[in-house]
Design a binder for this molecule. Structure first.
Ligand SMILES: Cc1cc2nc3c(=O)[nH]c(=O)nc-3n(C[C@H](O)[C@H](O)[C@H](O)COP(=O)(O)OP(=O)(O)OC[C@H]3O[C@@H](n4cnc5c(N)ncnc54)[C@H](O)[C@@H]3O)c2cc1C
Length: 243
């Protein structure tokens, strides 16, 4: 791991395109960016013409030494910042980002062979996608799994990229909470302690676990993991907010 001091940077929007029915993928060019570990996030600061400022945190779907940052922002209806990022931000616009942030919720290649379990709710997949991509690009020996809870096929972030990661070192398990793809083996339904237990590595394998998503999702999942016998010290969480 490389320690990089967080600082403010000017970012230029290179591209903004639909990611899901409610989210956009936003690519930023940040010439002064020092690079970041997978799982890190930035604070995005917007400044209105009258000087009013608002900032929110967004995870990076990208990692490594490059200066191109990838965000995926889901619109929170009635929110202050996310509707602007989703609907109004255009290629060529400039915003400010502070980072890289998050020394705890990161993953980097090592020689630790213990499995890594990623568990995402909705847009919480963003930093976990960065980890899975960094793992795929490395020769890190740990087996990875992603358990992804999402409303419907149209709400899957990085759908093609995540599917393309599946191989003997990476397994994807998707739980559709409202609507499944045609001929899906299970009816739609929320993640339950039983579904969780069936998908994740056993506590006996001592997985390192990263959980990310809306706050109620993360709290429920973290509780179920501990109830199932996972070591709380090996469970790292990132809460995106919401009640
Ligand atoms: C470390 C970190 C990383 C994050 N990464 C991402 C990311 O990669 N992509 C992404 O889309 N979001 C991410 N978020 C959430 C993001 O920071 C904002 O909270 C979100 O975009 C809403 O901001 P807003 O200004 O639109 O809403 P606000 O004006 O802040 O809130 C409006 C209402 O929505 C509720 N609310 C706030 N956040 C959420 C939420 N996440 N879900 C449901 N309800 C909410 C509030 O309680 C409030 O009632 C991250 C949050 C954190 C802390």
């Amino acid at each position: 791991m490389t320690r990089r001091s967080p600082a403010w940077h000017v970012a230029t929007v290179v591209e903004s395109r639909p990611e899901t029915t409610t989210a956009r993928r936003i690519e930023l060019e940040v010439p002064t960016w020092p690079g970041n570990d997978a799982g890190a996030h930035v604070d995005v600061r917007l400044t209105a013409p009258d000087g009013y400022q608002a900032s929110r945190s967004y995870s990076l779907a990208s990692s490594g030494a490059g200066t191109r940052l990838v965000l995926a922002v889901d619109e929170v209806p009635e929110g202050e910042v996310s509707p602007f990022l989703v609907h109004d931000l255009r290629a060529g616009d400039q915003i400010e980002v502070h980072g890289p942030l998050g020394a705890f919720f990161i993953w980097h290649p090592s020689d630790d062979p213990s499995p890594v379990q990623l568990i995402a709710g909705g847009s919480g997949v963003v930093p976990l996608f960065a980890m899975a991509s960094a793992h795929a690009a490395s020769d890190d020996p740990a087996p990875f799994r992603l358990l992804y809870s999402v409303r419907s096929p149209q709400d899957v972030f990085f759908a093609d990229e995540v599917s393309a990661l599946a191989d003997d070192r990476f397994r994807l398990d998707t739980v559709y909470t409202r609507r499944t793809p045609p001929a899906w083996p299970e009816p739609p339904g929320r993640l339950t302690p039983e579904r969780l237990r069936n998908a994740v590595f056993s506590p006996l394998e001592r997985p390192r676990i990263y959980v990310c998503g809306p706050t109620p999702f993360v709290e429920a999942v973290a509780g179920w993991l501990v109830d199932a016998g996972h070591d709380p010290v090996r469970v790292r969480t990132e809460r995106f907010g919401g009640a």
